[in-house]
Design a protein around this ligand. Structure first.
Ligand SMILES: [Zn+2]
Length: 462
């Protein structure tokens, strides 16, 4: 009990513990992160990998970090260039319809989707709730048909704070469904949106196509439209007219933005603090993941503002292309493979910007006790819970998989997936107080890892 009340100073001096407290308070009151996020989202806008806005965001963030006095490098990576086109859907025949009418279906193309002819296609719709139901269809049942995967996002799980788990159970249909449907002969694929909102919003996201199969046109329909199609299909045949005209263009050069706040005595030892700079194109990528970029920028800003120079390097990374395949993080892991033994930790914030309750860590079990004094400094903002986990951010997984301890703020996930990958992921969804709390977790933890007497405990390399 006394250890809970005061865990002691652990791997830090009393002065360093006091610095953590100053960083926390500054993160809550300093509006730098909010101003950066506002520019990224409102001024630059959506930042789809390969787009002009993504390139502009690279220039903007690099300039801001240079202005803080960090050593900035742009790390070249090659990313997909997919451009959304026309996307419309309508039911044109169903049981009980009023003659000569149609019903509009609200949908949006999945990232990487192939295209229909410009005039669209008209085909019967087959509905399956799960992959198991797909397997049970007779051979040839999907030939020439549009397949709808109607697997519902588990809102109860999300309501209980298990938003990531709910997402994980459904996202497989979006990611793998299109190619599975293509292999069964479907001419197009619809996926029930992977998200929890009620406002007839479609949620986009990447579809991973098997290169050996045709790139069938693929779209997410809203939960409401999925229910409508499933209801009518249970009553009789349903015909749909579908037009999707996205383009898969040649890959383009882009960049991870890397900005080092150089360590005073061990500059070669590195703590990564990061988010991903690209976003989907429907909204402006405020919670996914402009907020992660802004709180990571804030960590460097606070070092500069408070005049703190930890022993090790704090390395800000703005990852490129998390959403369409993670090219940026794979490039980093390959380019820096020989240096990862000196990476003492990798932080990423990529689960939105709601209240953080603590830190999720992926690495040696001993990290929990080691981090206790740090958690104690986050208790005043309600963020002191240390939880082991294996999802600390898609982009840092490539280095965490090589033995680097990984960390992410543990966030309230009840609402994130209502907006995730939709047109409603916009600046107004970010509560400035919560942004400050997340910045506090990132900055305090980054500082603690960079200035501890010995590096964070590390699991044996896998
Ligand atoms: Zn994200």
């Amino acid at each position: 009990m006394s250890a809970f009340l005061d865990p002691g100073n652990g791997a830090w001096t009393a002065e360093q513990i006091a610095a953590m407290s100053r960083i926390r308070e500054a993160a809550l009151s300093d509006d730098f992160a909010l101003a950066e996020l506002r520019h990224l989202t409102n001024n630059i806008g959506p930042r789809l990998a390969g787009s002009a806005q993504a390139a502009q965001a690279v220039e903007f963030v690099a300039g801001e970090m240079r202005a803080l006095g960090a050593a900035v490098t742009l790390e070249k990576t090659t990313v997909p260039h997919w451009v959304r086109g026309v996307e419309t859907g309508a039911l044109v025949d169903w049981k009980g319809m009023t003659p000569n009418t149609v019903q509009k279906i609200v949908l949006t193309a999945l990232g990487g989707s192939g295209a229909t002819p410009a005039a669209g296609i008209t085909a019967p719709v087959v509905v399956v709730p799960t992959f198991d139901d797909l397997k049970r269809l007779p051979q040839g049942a999907l030939k020439g048909k549009i397949l709808l995967f109607n697997h519902a996002f588990d809102r109860q799980l999300a309501a209980e704070g298990l938003g990531g788990e709910a997402y994980g159970q459904s996202v497989i249909y979006r990611a793998a469904g299109p190619s599975l449907a293509a292999s069964a002969g479907a001419v197009a694929v619809l996926v029930r949106s992977v998200g929890g909102a009620d406002y007839r919003l479609p949620h986009t996201g990447i579809a991973f196509y098997d290169p050996a199969l045709p790139k069938v046109p693929a779209a997410a329909v809203t939960a409401e439209d999925a229910d409508l199609i499933a209801d009518l299909a249970a009553q009789g045949p349903v015909q749909m007219h579908l037009t999707l005209t996205p383009q898969n263009l040649p890959k383009v050069e882009s960049y991870n933005v890397i900005a080092d706040w150089k360590g005073s005595s061990h500059p070669e030892q590195v703590v990564i603090v990061s988010g991903h700079l690209d976003s989907w194109d429907l909204g402006t990528g405020a919670i996914d993941d402009g907020a992660g970029i802004a709180v990571s920028m804030q960590a460097i800003h606070l070092m500069q503002k408070l005049g703190i120079h930890p022993q090790r390097t704090i390395r800000f990374v703005a990852w490129m292309d998390e959403e369409s395949g993670g090219e940026g993080s794979q490039t980093y892991a390959a380019d820096h493979a020989g240096e990862l033994k000196d990476h003492v930790g990798a932080l990423e914030s990529d689960l939105g910007c709601d209240h953080p309750t603590g830190i999720i860590f992926d690495g040696a079990p001993a990290l929990k006790e080691w981090l206790a004094p740090v958690a104690h400094q986050l208790a005043p903002i309600g963020a002191s819970v240390l939880t082991p986990g294996d999802d600390v951010g898609e982009d840092v997984m490539s280095v965490v998989g090589k033995g680097v301890p990984g960390f992410t703020p543990a966030q309230d996930s009840r609402f994130y997936f209502n907006y995730h990958h939709t047109a409603a992921d916009t600046f107004d969804k970010v509560d400035p107080r919560h942004l400050g709390e997340n910045a506090a977790v990132m900055a305090v933890l980054a500082y603690a890892l960079a200035d501890s007497s010995t590096p964070a405990p590390r699991a044996p390399a896998p």
